[in-house]
Design a protein around this ligand. Structure first.
Ligand code: IVH
Length: 714
């Protein structure tokens, strides 16, 4: 049965064979839409269309439970999304701002306000001037001072409920401070990721063989869209308050007063915000902030001017979807023109080949740029590919004059090719068929999650490829893994080239072998530095389990996943035995790993692939002889619910399901989706049905949400 045909038949009329074909197609299509939505922040279908696909999948699975696939969208857990977020209607719409691109636009903006309010030339208009943060706007609803909902902007009318994730941000108070708290108030502002945190996150993504984010804005969006708040909690996100939605009571009558009030409530507001009294001061503010822009640790793309008096704001009102009382004065995009001298291929730890453009050095926004990522073969051929900054249909050739841009001010990208300047001799770039590593292995195109040929190319040399080996060693000694002081990327590359360190275990035997190596005689080394290095190596012979797992360099196992695995298994022996069993396809071991929080099919498949390789098993065996692996911290034992199995059912009113699950697990409980004799506790909200009935049948203790909070002491 062709997948195309099955696609046209109603879910309740499919035969078993048709259903199998259709489930396969849906798994593939939904995974692709998830990738666009979660990783690229660029959905290509409406939410309604997406929901229809998932409903169809659910309906077919309900009819044919035996056909539920391992990669079914309904089974994906952890970092991979299990669905989209609940929709929230904004009590007051979240609108956008008109843009001003030059000083004359700002003059027009001020003149229009004067005309509208019938103000004379000598009447002062005060403006609150604020940096325009390049993040995601967020609306935080507080009722009686308690945070009840956090919603993204969405289409302005309806956003997504990301409350559980927002609660993990330090900058967002769960309870408003101060004595005069309105009954209901919505604080609005921007969620952002600092440039430093973005770079560190991309390093971690790279190390785990995961796709990197194009800019801090996308990484903030991706971090907020995690279905598991524990993952969001590991991503450092900030929040600046600068606006509001519904307010049952106004604490002040100016914009600057509101900013001060946000501070008294416990929010951070942007320290560069300034009250300006004239047009000249606005323009001077724009200039000053533009100068400081490169030094700021977060991205901004302009400044915002807002009429300070709220009664004037009210009179000015809105035109279509933007207020008349505010404007965004944008900065010109930071772009520069230069020549692409060459394209080099870099091989990563997992064998991924990344083309890097070598540029005639050029200054962009105060930084000299010499290298530019070209992402992958499709990108160079003008077919898209991740990043997608390049003007559609343009291919990139060596010798081309290119326009580069520092996207989100961090990673430089090629955004256009100046075709008029293309030298006659320039030929389309031929992506190498052989890897540049000494093995010259065949390059293969990676399969995507949907089983299609992906844009990324890989070296097929795997464990024999010296480029991959050295990258693995770098990861092994890096900060989040063994963190060996004095053994940075340069030293690893040097030791590897000399043949002194070929695999992780060699690092620990290095001191004993130094009698023949005589490191202190090498350039850059003296007796003290060698002594320090060997002491640092000794110090790391005892290593926590999560760091050890991360250091193995299993694909898709970044530090967060490694921690989840370590907590799940507790000891190296338990983890190792499980991995070997998973590699042999033992269904019980697979199910056990699958049941762990944050672990899904991708990780299980990567663990199986890793431990199926005898070469890897050898590396691990030799390494474990050199080190002592410390057991993971066990889940808390001294709480009222430690070790218990809890089921949440009905509509939870004070917390989302994710939040409830995260809270229970933090306190050492296991959360289950169904009630059985093994269940210890059921927390039931309004509308609870069969699960509540089951709980009563088995005589299981049932709590309301309030009783739950009392039990866990919150
Ligand atoms: S005020 C009615 N202030 O810019 C409009 N917006 O294009 C209320 N933004 O969606 C928004 N910094 O995400 C305002 N200091 C600031 C801002 C800011 C960034 C973003 C916000 C909004 C977009 C408008």
């Amino acid at each position: 049965m062709s997948a195309k045909l099955a696609n046209l038949i109603d879910a309740d009329k499919l035969t078993e064979a048709q259903a199998a074909a259709e489930l396969k197609r849906l798994a593939k299509v939904i995974a692709e839409h998830d990738r666009r939505y979660y990783q690229e922040d660029k959905p290509s279908i409406s939410d309604a269309e997406y929901d229809a696909l998932r409903q169809r999948n659910d309906a077919i699975e309900a009819r044919f439970p035996a056909l539920i696939r391992k990669d079914s969208p309904s089974r994906r857990v952890g970092a991979a999304p299990v669905g989209r977020f609940r929709k929230v209607r904004h009590a007051v719409p979240m609108l956008s701002l008109d843009n001003a691109f030059g000083e004359s636009d700002v003059l027009d903006f001020e003149a229009r306000i004067r005309r509208f309010l019938r103000l004379g030339e000598d009447e002062t208009i005060d403006f609150s001037a604020e940096p325009k943060i390049d993040g995601l706007s967020m609306s935080l609803r507080y009722e009686r001072g308690e945070l009840v909902t956090a919603a993204t902007r969405g289409d302005g009318m309806e956003g997504e409920d990301v409350t559980a994730n927002i609660r993990t941000l330090h900058d967002v108070p769960h309870k408003l401070k101060g004595r005069h708290v309105p009954v209901a108030c919505e604080v609005r502002g921007e969620v952002y990721m600092t440039k430093q945190a973005f770079l560190a996150l991309n390093e971690r993504q790279k190390a785990a063989g995961e796709p990197v984010f194009a800019n801090p804005r996308n990484s903030a969006a991706g971090s907020l869209r995690q279905k598991d708040p524990a993952i969001t909690a590991t991503r450092p996100l900030g929040f600046f308050a600068y606006a509001w939605g519904e307010m049952s009571d106004m604490p002040t009558d100016t914009q600057s007063g509101m900013i001060r009030w946000f501070e008294t409530c416990g929010f951070r507001t942007n320290p560069l915000t300034k009250l300006c009294h004239s047009l000249e001061q606005l323009i001077a503010f724009h200039r000053k902030i533009e100068e400081e822009r490169a030094e700021l640790d977060y991205d901004i793309d302009g400044v915002v001017y807002k009429v300070n008096r709220l009664d004037w704001q009210e009179r000015l009102g809105f035109v279509s979807r933007s207020p008349r009382w505010a404007v965004a004065h944008k900065f010109p995009a930071e772009r520069a023109m230069t020549v692409l001298r060459d394209i080099e291929i870099q091989v990563g730890r997992t064998g991924a080949l990344t083309p890097v453009g070598k540029l005639e050095p050029v200054g962009v926004g105060g930084v000299i740029v010499q290298n530019v990522t070209l992402h992958n073969e499709d990108y160079i051929r003008g077919l898209g590919g991740n990043g997608e900054a390049l003007r559609e249909g343009r291919d990139i050739r060596i010798g081309d004059t290119v326009i580069i841009q520092r996207a989100g001010d961090v990673i430089p990208q090629v955004v256009d090719v100046v075709i008029d300047k293309r030298p006659k001799s320039a030929r389309p770039y031929r992506f190498p068929k052989k890897c540049p590593c000494p093995l010259h292995t065949d390059v293969v195109r990676e399969e995507t999650a949907t089983g299609e040929e992906g844009a990324r190319a890989r070296c097929s040399g795997e464990f024999a490829c010296p480029f991959q080996k050295v990258e693995h060693l770098k990861l092994f000694a890096s900060r989040r893994a063994f963190d060996i002081e004095g053994l940075g990327e340069k030293q690893i590359a040097f030791f590897f080239e000399e043949g002194w360190v070929k695999e992780p275990a060699d690092i620990f035997t290095l001191p004993a072998r130094n009698r023949t190596i005589k490191l202190e005689g090498q350039e850059g080394y003296g007796e003290t530095s060698v002594r320090n290095l060997f002491a640092a190596i000794e110090e790391r012979r005892r290593i926590p389990l999560d760091r050890f797992i991360y250091a193995l360099g299993i694909r898709h196992v970044g530090d967060t996943t490694a921690l989840a695995l370590a907590r799940g298994y507790g000891s190296w022996k338990a983890f190792h035995d499980a991995c070997l069993a998973v590699a042999k396809g033992d269904p019980e071991a697979i199910a056990e790993m699958d049941a762990l929080d944050q672990i899904g099919n991708t990780v299980i498949a990567a663990v199986a692939a890793y431990f199926s390789e005898s070469h890897n098993r050898g590396i691990v065996e030799r390494l474990t002889k050199e080190v002592t692996i410390l057991d993971a911290e066990k889940p808390k034992k001294d709480t009222a619910i430690a070790g218990k199995t809890v089921v949440f059912t009905g509509t939870l009113e004070q917390m989302t399901r994710d939040e409830a699950k995260a809270m229970a697990e933090r306190l050492g409980a296991k959360v289950s989706g169904s009630v059985s004799k093994k269940t210890d506790l059921v927390v039931a909200g309004p509308g609870a049905g069969s699960k509540l009935a089951d709980a009563r049948k088995y005589g299981i203790e049932v709590l309301t949400e309030d009783e739950w909070f009392r039990l866990v002491g919150r």
